[in-house]
Write a protein that binds this ligand. Structure first.
Ligand SMILES: C[S@@+](CC[C@H](N)C(=O)[O-])C[C@H]1O[C@@H](n2cnc3c(N)ncnc32)[C@H](O)[C@@H]1O
Length: 302
């Protein structure tokens, strides 16, 4: 623990905001970092009321904070990795560079599922059974699995990722959300660790890697340089994992079971066609995100 005067911290904050503006980084992120290393809240930071305090406790010295902030503005390290935390729905999750930072648009996946299971036509298949099996394939930080476990009271959620390191973070996040008892984690390739669930799954949700390989270097440097390519790279046309999920899922889903994935802008028509060609799906629906971008594909097992 280090102590600095309010005036010193005030100066440091102003300089860091100037660096952020010059580097085109959102200046509010300075306060996210300061909230992590002090006990000051967002309002006190924004209003500058801490300036008159004779002493403020910091978990890092000001030169160490400057070094961290340089990682943000010069190396383009996302602030969520800098502070090791990311907000998603009602939670503050742990994140590291082993997991994708869960995105705000992905939050809608949980709302879509909530709407579908509330639909009386779907209830017979899904929500009235005593115990239902739901699957989150490519769980990363565990965000979707945790969201499903919260909104589906009778569900056991099976969360799979190929990355052991991601699974460790997901397990910690399930503990943070106090939902460890409802989620089972598996390391492996998509459906492969879930053979025992063939014909038993009420719903599969996935936010798979969907960026075409050649587009990766054109992503924002924050994403391309620091987020795991395993979470981004969808192969030559971006659809490698999606094709697999379309082909394999019917073996596992109950009749009427839900198939829901997130996609990238511009992929909706191709994914819809793949699903229709498979002939084991019905009620294929394209759902936009809040920005109006075709972002999710929902289908049901025949
Ligand atoms: C786009 S990220 C989604 C992470 C999280 N579900 C979310 O929405 O924030 C895709 C995830 O799929 C995982 N993944 C990639 N290939 C996989 C595979 N063959 N089997 C299982 N998971 C895989 C990655 O490790 C990554 O965590």
């Amino acid at each position: 623990m280090v102590e600095v005067s309010g005036e010193e911290l005030y100066q440091w904050r102003n300089q860091s905001i100037e660096l952020a503006i010059a580097a085109d980084v959102p200046s509010k992120e300075v306060d996210w970092l300061l909230q992590k290393v002090t006990t000051l809240d967002a309002l006190h930071l924004r209003l500058g009321t801490f300036k008159k305090k004779p002493s403020i406790k910091l978990s890092n010295s000001l030169p160490q904070l400057t070094e961290l902030w340089q990682k943000r503005v010069e190396d383009r390290l996302p602030v969520q990795y800098l502070v090791g935390r990311s907000f998603w729905r009602d939670w503050e999750f742990k994140v590291s560079q082993q997991v994708l930072i869960p995105r705000p648009e992905t939050e809608l996946v949980i709302d879509i599922i909530q709407n579908v299971v509330r639909d009386p036509l779907q209830q017979e298949n899904i929500s009235q059974q005593q115990e239902t099996h739901w699957v989150d394939l490519g769980t990363g930080s565990g965000a979707i699995a945790i969201g499903l476990a919260t909104c589906l009271p009778t569900a056991i959620v099976h969360a799979v990722d190929i990355s052991d390191q991601a699974l460790k973070i997901a397990q910690e996040n399930a503990q943070i959300a106090q939902l460890s008892a409802k989620i089972i984690f598996y390391q492996g390739n998509w459906w492969q660790p879930l053979q025992q669930l063939q014909g038993k799954v009420a719903g599969m949700v996935s936010n798979p890697p969907y960026i075409p390989t050649a587009e990766l270097p054109h992503l924002q440097p924050e994403v391309f340089l620091h987020e795991p390519h395993l979470a981004l790279d969808g192969g030559e046309d971006g659809l490698a994992a999606i094709r697999y999920l379309i082909a394999e899922s019917p073996k596992y889903l109950v009749s009427g079971g839900i198939w829901l994935i997130e996609i990238m802008a511009g992929q909706a028509q191709a994914v819809t066609k793949l699903l229709k060609d498979q002939s084991e799906y019905e009620q294929v629906e394209i759902i936009p995100d809040l920005a109006g971008i075709e972002r999710f594909i929902l289908a049901h097992r025949v």
